[in-house]
Design a protein around this ligand. Structure first.
Ligand code: PA5
Length: 424
């Protein structure tokens, strides 16, 4: 496993003795997860998904993606939550690999956004991927209705069969019914994998393959992480170390976890992480509040609160070891800004020192912190990162005593909204 976890700045908050005392509970969480005897076991299909996935399936998706790409100027990906954020996060992370522009719709109900999006797509050859596991979610359903009408004005029903792809539950749901009636191409989302754990299923892989992302390397990375994160070995398994540290800090009243990055291209990975952790842990009156910051930008705003505000938080830094393609700070003969000290160095050198300085300052200010370092902006690293976080949140959920795989709370607003809309 290439991802590293540095826990040095937990000193004084979490000790080796604390980890040892937690070992029986981790062992139980591990057994319950691996043996499928814990809460929500019916939704743990993601656990061995990378090793189960056939290479021939990936080859087919790569080929399919290429065909669609050749016939399109852009891809419209429609979906929300687990059917949206992992795809967007991957495209941001792997921007260098992207071969086709991808637009997103259905991730909210903003009419103005959709108006301008569609205006910009007039006369473009569009392919649409609609992703909804349940097939009944309001935001993507309405966006699809609107975009389908926009496409019907340009294409025949026959052409739409090539240009609309639906990814949904293979057994039920309105999207499945729509696709079957119109003859749209369908891909299944594994019924035993919940939305926020679905980025490595067809829900994520189909749009990513169309965009030209190396999905085979993504899955290879996830397979490597699966091998490492399946061991009941606290020394080697950093997913379990991370889960344990989060649990022990939470028990001390650190109720907020701030995921901080120094790379803007990780901002959507932070969003994906927020959904995964917030939806998995936040129930039964329990759960850490996951939030995220983008440094150094936010050091000039939220940095004050982290440094000196209420001491109810801890921080996890998410870094890239070798970001690649950098820019060098030039020498300046006058040196009026006094920055010749870094002349000739890559800007990332300054960024890394900013990170070291921030971690030390926040620790001294009473914010314990950990650092997760990912090797590079490549598909293999991201596949590892996705799986690492999925495994960590599952174990932490079991330590908390909640079902990490359901989300009953998200129904409350839907019920009220449908009442207001008069929808049955
Ligand atoms: O994690 C989840 O299950 C949710 O966040 C879903 O991903 C989200 O509500 C979208 O659901 P669906 O794919 O059924 O449209």
């Amino acid at each position: 496993m290439d991802i590293q976890l540095d826990r040095a700045n937990l000193k004084g908050y979490v000790s080796e003795k604390d980890y040892k005392a937690l070992l029986p509970a981790i062992q139980k969480a591990h057994n319950d997860l691996e043996n499928k005897t814990g809460k929500g076991a019916a939704f743990t299909g993601w656990l061995d998904l990378p090793s189960r996935m056939e290479d021939s399936f990936l080859d087919e998706l790569v080929e399919f993606g290429k065909e669609v790409r050749e016939n399109s100027d852009c891809l419209m990906s429609i979906g929300i939550g687990g059917s949206y954020v992992g795809i967007h996060a991957t495209l941001e992370f792997l921007i260098a690999e992207q071969k086709l522009p991808v637009h997103f719709a259905g991730q909210d109900l903003s009419s103005n956004y959709l108006y301008y999006l569609l205006k910009g797509l007039e006369n473009k050859r569009i392919t649409v991927v609609v992703i909804s596991k349940s097939g009944t979610t309001a935001e993507p359903a309405l966006a699809f209705r609107i975009i389908k009408k926009f496409m019907q004005e340009q294409y025949s029903a026959e052409e739409l069969k090539k240009r609309i792809i639906c990814i949904t539950d293979p057994r039920e749901g309105a999207l499945r019914a729509i696709a079957r009636k119109a003859g749209y191409r369908m891909f299944p989302i594994d019924p035993d994998i919940g939305g926020r754990f679905s980025v490595l299923t067809a829900a994520g892989l189909v749009p990513l393959a169309i965009a030209g992302i190396d999905i085979k390397r993504l899955i290879e990375g996830a397979r490597a992480a699966q091998r490492y994160c399946s061991r009941m070995d606290m020394e080697a398994n950093i997913a379990y170390q991370y889960a344990a540290a989060r649990f022990l800090l939470y028990k001390q009243g650190k109720t907020i976890e701030v995921l901080s990055t120094f790379y803007q291209r990780l901002a959507l990975v932070e969003e994906w992480w927020k959904q995964l952790f917030g939806e998995s842990e936040g129930k039964d009156g329990k759960g850490l509040f996951p939030t995220s910051l983008s440094f150094t930008t936010d050091l000039h705003s939220m940095g004050q609160l982290i440094q000196e505000g209420r001491r109810n938080m801890f921080e996890t830094f998410l870094l890239i070891d070798q970001p690649g393609h950098g820019v060098t700070v030039p020498e300046d003969k006058d040196n009026l800004d006094n920055f010749n000290c870094v002349a000739g160095k890559d800007l990332d050198h300054v960024n890394k020192q900013a990170c070291r300085a921030t971690a030390a300052a926040h620790y001294e200010g009473g914010v314990p912190n950990m650092t997760i370092t990912v090797p590079r902006f490549d598909a293999y690293s991201l596949g590892q990162l996705f799986y690492f976080f999925e495994k960590a949140v599952a174990i932490k959920g079991y330590l908390l005593g909640v079902n990490p795989f359901d989300q009953p709370g998200v129904e409350a607003y839907k019920k009220k909204m449908f009442e207001l809309l008069g929808r049955k």
